[in-house]
Design a binder for this molecule. Structure first.
Ligand code: AMP
Length: 114
């Protein structure tokens, strides 16, 4: 269930511009960036949406955010600031059903989002 393009990227079956990987997490540049820095951070294990998170996934979600912190520093946007977003299902704007954390920065992000 839920084999998506991101699952294929996580397994190395589809190329992506990887910026970070470890045993649990992979991060790569968004193909259609909404900011100068736009990176997607995904768990290797496919979880379709935020609604599918279980108690046992708590550490994995923490790893997504720890990767975001590290990548933001690597990209030189940590001090200026950045935004992290997880879209869930249709009204949340989710289009790929493999949980992913967007890391956006390199410009003022504005609030509220569109
Ligand atoms: P969401 O709308 O939250 O599901 O985000 C999906 C994101 O994945 C969008 O920002 C797309 O531009 C991006 N995307 C889709 N396919 C790829 C891909 N093959 N490589 C990189 N980014 C992708």
């Amino acid at each position: 269930m839920s084999d998506t393009i991101f699952g294929k990227i996580a397994r190395g079956e589809v190329p992506a511009d990887l910026v970070y990987e470890d045993e649990a997490v992979v991060a790569f540049r968004d193909l259609n960036p909404q900011a100068p820095t736009h990176i997607l951070i995904i768990p290797r294990r496919p979880i379709p949406t935020l609604n599918d998170l279980e108690e046992e996934d708590a550490a994995l979600v923490g790893k997504l955010f720890l990767a975001a912190k590290q990548i933001a520093a690597q990209e030189g946007i940590a001090a200026a600031g950045y935004r992290t977003v997880i879209n869930c299902n249709a009204e949340g704007g989710q289009t790929v059903f493999h949980l992913h954390l967007h890391l956006l920065g390199g410009r003022p992000m504005g609030w509220p989002p569109g």
